[in-house]
Design a protein around this ligand. Structure first.
Ligand SMILES: [Mg+2]
Length: 372
């Protein structure tokens, strides 16, 4: 089996973007992959075109060797652009291998450690005043609970560099929002909180989060900037919940620092950014060594979500993945581009049965949203 071509599809709908690829082989198979930084589409497209030249004529079964060829020999360290290009190609090669063997990808990766995976629903806050924001999160929490979700993650970001809708509310208001969400969920549903790098230092963060123990938060995501490894280590020591980070990191080398020096409890690699399934497995080995947990980041279309699910089933330390049924999402590309390669029943993701990633593209949507 030989790789013959890579087709690239940049998609856009309103302000949302996505970039996926198809890798073709000489025996008529094709694999799907998606990149984790569609915002940098132009650069990632050039990187994929550059890598394609090295891959034509190569055998998809040698995906580990091909990963090394793509990673090295670019004359500079890969960075997020190359790493995302490699991620999409690696995803597609696993899809091809699965289709060739007529087996789901998790099986080729070594089988499943879990019978089901627990997805957490990401609550999507709306509104630009404190009251609107709080009420929209409470409404989402109730909805997710009624749908059978056993875990939810709430972004609570009303100040800092990623403040929603230009808001600038103080830290006490964040505490009030979390209190209301926890009340709406009851004590049974796991609650994760993402504050999107809102504090500059662990000192600032701890002043507020030391009082969040009573809300039984499963993890707190990205309290400070990911490079502040000393601050992460301090958060790990002093915060009353697990600390999560890593959504933007590339390669297992960066995760090694995050876990070894930053002592982060929950590693969050994004399969479309970190270097694909091949590199995510290396992150999981580091996570195992330090007895941490892995909860992959994923907020893209059904292609990335399905790859993430296969990874989760194969990874012992992975207990949750980020997931919302397409019909509940605001985002058109997420809803329309493709069908997922798994079923969602009783609040749980069921073991995939289809070959490869099991994703079926909606060709109408591909045509409609592909740009230039
Ligand atoms: Mg986040």
């Amino acid at each position: 089996m030989k790789i013959t071509e890579i087709k690239i599809y940049p998609l856009s709908y309103q302000e949302k973007k996505s970039l996926f690829i198809e890798v073709f082989t000489d025996n008529g198979l094709k694999g799907l992959g998606e990149v984790g930084v569609a915002r940098l589409a132009k650069s990632v497209i050039s990187a994929i075109e550059h890598l394609e030249k090295r891959l034509i004529g190569e055998d998809p079964w040698e995906s580990e060797k091909l990963w090394q060829i793509m990673f090295r020999g670019n004359f500079f360290p890969p960075g997020v652009v190359y790493s995302s290009a490699i991620s999409a190609i690696d995803m597609a090669l696993w899809d091809i291998k699965g289709k060739h063997e007529e087996k789901p990808v998790y099986e080729l990766m070594g089988g499943n450690y879990h019978e089901t995976i627990t997805p957490y629903a990401s609550l999507q806050p709306l509104g630009s005043s404190f009251e609107e924001y709080r009420d929209s999160l409470v409404e989402w929490a109730e909805r997710a609970k009624n749908l059978g979700f056993k875990a939810v993650k709430s972004e609570v970001t009303m100040n800092g560099p990623y403040a929603h809708n230009g808001m600038n509310e103080n830290d006490d208001k964040h505490t009030l929002v979390i209190e209301s969400v926890r009340k709406a969920l009851g004590s049974e549903v796991k609650l994760m909180v993402d504050v999107q790098y809102k504090w500059k230092t662990a000192e600032d963060a701890l002043r507020t989060v030391k009082d969040w123990g009573e809300f039984d938060i499963y993890f707190l995501e990205t309290p400070v900037w990911t490079d502040n490894l000393e601050d992460y280590a301090r958060m790990h020591e002093e915060a009353p919940m697990k600390i999560a980070a890593g959504e933007w990191l590339t390669t297992s080398h960066e995760f090694k620092d995050l876990i070894e020096k930053g002592k982060v409890d929950v590693a969050q690699p994004d399969i479309g950014r970190v270097g694909g399934l091949t590199e995510a497995k290396k992150v999981s080995k580091i996570v195992d060594k330090y007895e941490r947990i892995i909860v992959p980041h994923c907020w893209k279309t059904s292609i990335s979500i399905s790859a993430t699910a296969h990874f989760a089933f194969n990874t012992p330390s992975c207990k949750f993945i980020e997931y919302l049924p397409p019909q509940l999402c605001h985002e058109t590309l997420r809803k329309e581009l493709a069908n997922e390669g798994f079923e969602f029943e009783n609040g749980l993701i069921q073991l995939p049965t289809k070959s490869g990633l099991g994703v079926e593209l909606n060709n109408e949507a591909v045509k409609k949203y592909t740009v230039g």
